[in-house]
Design a binder for this molecule. Structure first.
Ligand SMILES: Cc1cc2nc3c(=O)[nH]c(=O)nc-3n(C[C@H](O)[C@H](O)[C@H](O)COP(=O)(O)O)c2cc1C
Length: 347
């Protein structure tokens, strides 16, 4: 990180990937749309889409759409339990980064991605896993803290995990889990992170594919409403696992008396969603959305309205630059002047 230069937020990550803002949009399954990924990339950060359990032709369609919407670098997030080498090969010829999660870092897979022309990243939940990812040849690593939304790989909070990973790892390291503000970004860059990965903060983006009732619940929630549980385990390839979810969703699913909470029609076929199924609610679901897996990290308290993704990125960058460009201070008015009444002396 270089302070006080024109590119105040330039880091080893932005240089490696070719973007200008050290933020990676987290993999978020079907909550992500090509429109959201493109908007984040066009705002200078690294947009991503997730390919998990989809057909090759569907992957091709989504990549085509994304390429129409941005010429900036973007990533494709792949969950190891859904690994499909044809899709990885296709994605690696089109994306700047192939981003893996939920499996042991694999040297063969990383080489495959490199040979197809992309960078490889791996989200990890422990220092041992970070070391394995670096040994496997990953170009950068994401350290995911326990504060995260969605499936949580490890057991440590972000700060102890990141401190330890930064001591051991020489490739760029991004921080993930509970990050929702420019203040957090400034702090994590000062710690030595090369950037951050953010999921929950983008659920209420205008371009997101999250169901409107899920978006409302996220906007209404406070940080304390993000709880860790293992309950949304039904038909989930990543379970048993711990996941970060809204307390209200857990309570609604507990109180629900039927077998199926919702349904969706996909390609003319109706699919019913069992209570405690691990699928988050995206557009097209009907039923008790409030009782579905409304994943959210502790960053959820920072989501206050529906905003275009470009505005979210710009606001985060502004806040982070304001803090990093000034001498250390603990005064909130540096970042959020609206929080403070001006002090007016009587004379
Ligand atoms: C709704 C939701 C879905 C997620 N799905 C995925 C996924 O498909 N692939 C993945 O790598 N991570 C997934 N994650 C975890 C993110 O990669 C990341 O670790 C997390 O969003 C960071 O915490 P934050 O939400 O507080 O920013 C998901 C997170 C959320 C909130």
């Amino acid at each position: 990180m270089r302070l006080g230069s024109e590119d105040m937020l330039e880091t080893a990550f932005t240089r490696l990937v070719g973007c200008t803002v050290p933020i990676q949009l987290a993999g978020m399954g079907s909550i992500l749309s090509p429109e959201l990924a493109a908007a984040v990339s066009n705002a200078g950060a690294l947009g991503q889409i997730t390919f998990a359990g989809i057909e090759l032709e569907d992957a091709r369609r989504r990549l085509n759409r994304l390429s129409q919407l941005t010429s900036n670098p973007f990533g494709v997030n792949v969950l190891i339990p859904y690994l499909d080498m044809e899709i990885v090969e296709l994605a690696a010829t089109r994306a700047r980064v192939i981003d893996f999660f939920w499996g042991d870092p694999d040297r063969g897979l990383v080489s495959f991605v490199h040979e197809a022309g992309a960078l490889a990243s791996w989200q990890v939940g422990s220092t041992a896993e970070a070391i394995a990812a670096q040994r496997a040849g990953c170009d950068f690593i994401i350290a995911q803290g326990f504060e995260a939304g969605g499936h949580i790989r490890g057991t440590l909070g972000l700060l102890p995990l990141l401190s330890s990973v930064l001591d051991e790892i020489s490739v760029p390291v991004l921080a993930a889990g509970g990050i929702g503000s420019g203040r957090s970004i400034a702090g994590l860059l000062s710690m030595g992170a090369a950037g951050v990965r953010m999921g929950t903060r983008f659920i209420a983006a205008e371009e997101s594919n999250a169901h409107p009732d899920y978006v409302k619940a996220v906007i209404a929630a406070r940080a304390e409403d993000s709880v860790r549980t293992n309950r949304f385990h039904v038909e989930c390839a990543l379970c048993p696992s711990t996941h970060g979810v809204l307390r209200q969703a857990l309570e609604a699913a507990d109180a629900f008396e039927g077998e199926y909470v919702a349904e969706i029609e996909l390609d003319g076929e109706r699919t019913r969603i069992a209570r405690f199924r691990g699928t988050p609610p995206f557009n097209g679901f009907h039923g008790h959305i409030e009782a579905m897996a409304c994943y959210a990290g502790q960053s959820v308290g920072e989501v206050k309205s529906v905003q275009p993704a470009a505005e979210i990125v710009a606001q985060l960058v502004d806040e982070a630059e304001t803090l990093l460009g000034r001498p250390p201070t603990n005064s909130a008015q540096e970042v959020r002047p609206e929080l403070h009444e001006p002090f007016l002396p009587e004379d």
